[in-house]
Structures are given as structure tokens and as C-alpha cells.
Design a protein around this ligand. Structure first.
Ligand SMILES: O=C(O)CC[SeH]
Length: 431
């Protein structure tokens, strides 16, 4: 791969030498140490972890080590970590568990002799209101579409709390206003994948817990931390969440996921969506890849990663304004009153011929996106996330999402800005 700046041993495998990757919010390459650890595990720890002979014992030990690594990464205990196939499964498991917990609390109330609620083993007796879910209007599709499905399937009522067009984030008061007696889950992402804006999760959890005492139905709290881990500190217990979603392929690990649950099945409800061979204490049976050996890399290097990515992103923004002029550059990820991820620059180069996809396809070296990778099917429509944040349509249409990584250098930024300048010149010279 290309030489890097020496900060970390990161390289971009299998990529043309002259390409510059700036789409780290979409996915990250694996660290060499991770590839080595996986290769080692494939050679030595291939056994069934339930088997008592060496290969099985080694496999079980590898999983235990990965679980401990992930627990340290998010400030939990190893028993709080449930491995999943990815972030989507982890998010779905949260919604499934929250609805099951709500139904159980309804049945418990009925069994308490509450006569006017007739006994009914259907999912929720008609006497009880449907469970109510609260999410934001800028969530990842694995949260938004899960909630949408439950609404369409008449399994739950859903409120999408709109982010503020001033701060780009969900405001705690607006979430509190949306709470109902039948609210059973609030799921708000820790940081948005397109704007990089961080949500006030800690304050939200504190305020919700302060009102939960007098309620019949517990409000469970979840945050999808996929975009935050590896970029900023993530401490589930400090945040005060019941669930926290972890995704490996956003911090140079394999494409697997995990769910932090504060005391799964005891302090916090967790109900399996699948049944089988007992893996993951039956919360999530079935074998999948476990190794996230590079948690130590994040734990010991996070301050350097974070400051390097912030420095690189700020340099990128300076160079964009220097080359295109401040009046032609609109930063869609600048919300002065909000915290944001260190690595994310969502920018529009203003002009009638400079739609994001056109500009990117005219670039020779830059590899980036106009928004979430899973929204590519939306064609040229501006990102609904940017529109929800109050970005005008003609500005959102020109959005480029530039997300830098641990190994992105200032030299890479210079190449990318020059590439963008050439692309814009070409597009504006077309008659
Ligand atoms: O934002 C991205 O590209 C990753 C989630 Se689809």
C-alpha cells in the first residue's frame, strides 16, 4: 500500500496507488494487526468452541478474549457483550427485546388480577395500548426501517423526533415531550454518519431516568454507537444506556457487530430472535466471526487517533476554503452549538453544475461519497438527513461526505483538494 504518516500502521489494501480514500464513515480497511490475528485464529483456533479438545479450547479462548476486548472498548463487563453478525442485527435485537419486555409487563399487570384487562396470550391484549417507540429522524436505516416495519405491522406506535435545524441534533426536551405512558424504547444514535453531529445521549439518559420512576412501563434506552467507536471515547455506563450497538467495520475490524447490554436478561431485558445451539448464552445462538482483537489499538491510541483525525479534517476545511473561496463553500457538518465527530467533513461546493455525484465522478483520485453508503439507491435525490438538518435543497444536492481516517495525511488532503479543483473546473467548463 501507499506510505503512511507513521502514526499508525494503516494501509489501504488492493487500491490503485494514486487513489485517496476518504470514506471512512462507510467502512474502514482492516489494520494489519487485525488481519494477522484473524489469520492466526483461522490456523489455530478453528475448532468448535464447545469442543473440549485443543482447537475448540483455543476457539473458546479467542472468543473470550474478543469479548473482553470489546467490553473494555465500551466501558462494560465481558458478560454485557453479545456478539452479532453486525450493527443491523444488534439494532433489531434491541427493538425485539423492548417489545417483548413491554408485552411481559402487560401480562404481569393482567396476572396482578387487574380484572378489566381480560387474559389474552396474544402478543398484547387489545385492552393495552400498543408499545410506543421513539427514534430520531436521522437514524441509520437499520433503526428507521425497523421502527417503520413495526408501525406498519401494527405492533407499535412510533414517534420520529426531528433534529433541530439550528444544532443538527436531537434536543432532549423534544424527546421528553414525545414520551407517552406506553413508551417502551428510545433509540437515538450516538453520532450521525453523514453530518458527524453527536447526540446528547448522556443528558437524555439522565433526564429520562429522572421521570421513569413513576411509570408502569420502563423506558429502555439504546444508542447506535457505530460511527462513534474508534473516533471518540465511548463509555456505555457513563452514558447511562441500557443497550449500545458496536460495529467492527467502522474501526478497522472485521464486519461483525456486538451489542452492549447492561446485565443481559437480568438488569436489562434481552430476548433472542433466533434459537439454536446455546451460543452467546442463548441470547444469540449460532456461530459467527468473533475476533475484534484490535480493541487494544483503539484503547491505547484513541487520543492520538482523535487528535490526528481532527487536525486532518480542519486542514481539509481550511484548504477547501482557500482554494474555492469561503463564499463557494458550505459546510453541512458545522453546527456551532453541537459536538461532532473529529473525522467528518460534509461539504457542498456551491454552483448549479456541481451536484455531489457529478463532482465525485469527475475526480480522478478521490474516493468518497455524497452520503450514507446504504442510500446509494436513492439516486440523485439530496440526502434526507441533510434536509432534516435544515440544509437547503440546492446546497444538499451538492453535498460531498469526506470522512478521514487514522492514516489520512495532510499530503492526502492536498491531493484531494487539487483533484476537486480540477473536477469543478471541468464541470464548469462544459457548455
Ligand atoms: O454512512 C455510511 O456510509 C455507513 C452506513 Se450505510
Amino acid at each position: 500500500g501507499r506510505p503512511f504518516d507513521g502514526l499508525v500502521h494503516t494501509y489501504i489494501p488492493d487500491m490503485d496507488e494514486d487513489k485517496i480514500y476518504m470514506d471512512y464513515n462507510a467502512t474502514t480497511p482492516l489494520e494489519p494487526e487485525v488481519i494477522q490475528a484473524i489469520t492466526k485464529a483461522l490456523h489455530e483456533a478453528w475448532g468448535n468452541p464447545s469442543s473440549s479438545y485443543t482447537a475448540g479450547v483455543k476457539a473458546k479462548a479467542a472468543i473470550a478474549q474478543a469479548r473482553e476486548n470489546v467490553a473494555r472498548l465500551v466501558g462494560g463487563k465481558p458478560e454485557d457483550i453479545i456478539f452479532t453478525s453486525g450493527g443491523t442485527e444488534a439494532n433489531n435485537l434491541v427493538f425485539h427485546s423492548a417489545l417483548e419486555a413491554y408485552r411481559e409487563s402487560c401480562r404481569t399487570a393482567e396476572q396482578g388480577g387487574d380484572s378489566h384487562h381480560h387474559r389474552d396470550n396474544s402478543r398484547t391484549s387489545s385492552a393495552w395500548p400498543r408499545p410506543h417507540l421513539i427514534i430520531s429522524n436521522v437514524e441509520h436505516d437499520s433503526v428507521r426501517l425497523t421502527a417503520e416495519h413495526l408501525l406498519k405491522d401494527a405492533q407499535a406506535d412510533v414517534t420520529l423526533v426531528a433534529v433541530s435545524k439550528v444544532t443538527g441534533r436531537v434536543e432532549v426536551e423534544d424527546v421528553l415531550t414525545a414520551v407517552r405512558p406506553n413508551t417502551c424504547l428510545i433509540s437515538i444514535m450516538m453520532a450521525n454518519n453523514e453530518t458527524g453531529v453527536m447526540m446528547p445521549i448522556r443528558e437524555l439518559c439522565q433526564r429520562i431516568r429522572s421521570v421513569s420512576g413513576q411509570r408502569h412501563h420502563r423506558i429502555l434506552l439504546h444508542t447506535d454507537a457505530a460511527q462513534a467507536i474508534g473516533k471518540v471515547g465511548v463509555d456505555a455506563r457513563d452514558l447511562g444506556v441500557d443497550y449500545l450497538t458496536i460495529v467492527g467495520h467502522k474501526f478497522y475490524a472485521p464486519r461483525i457487530g456486538a451489542l452492549y447490554v447492561n446485565g443481559p436478561g437480568s438488569t436489562t431485558p434481552l430476548h433472542p430472535m433466533m434459537f439454536g445451539g446455546g451460543q452467546e448464552r442463548n441470547f444469540r445462538p449460532g456461530y459467527g466471526w468473533r475476533p475484534i482483537p484490535n480493541a487494544e489499538l483503539v484503547i491505547s491510541n484513541l487520543p492520538e487517533y482523535e487528535s490526528h483525525m481532527l487536525d486532518t479534517r480542519k486542514y481539509l476545511e481550511e484548504r477547501l476554503q482557500a482554494v474555492f473561496g469561503k463564499e463557494r463553500i458550505h459546510f453541512n457538518s458545522h453546527f456551532p452549538d453541537s459536538e461532532s465527530l473529529p473525522n467528518t467533513c460534509n461539504v457542498s461546493i456551491l454552483g448549479p453544475r456541481l451536484q455531489g455525484r457529478k463532482v465525485l465522478s469527475s475526480c480522478r483520485r478521490l474516493l468518497a461519497s455524497v452520503g450514507a453508503a446504504c442510500h446509494t439507491h436513492r439516486g440523485d435525490r439530496p440526502s434526507h438527513i441533510l434536509l432534516s438538518c435544515g440544509i437547503p435543497e440546492e446546497v444538499a444536492a451538492n453535498a460531498l461526505r469526506l470522512s478521514v481516517g487514522r492514516g489520512t495525511s495532510r499530503a492526502d488532503v492536498d491531493v484531494v483538494v487539487e483533484d476537486l479543483r480540477n473536477a469543478v473546473e471541468t464541470l464548469e467548463s462544459l457548455n
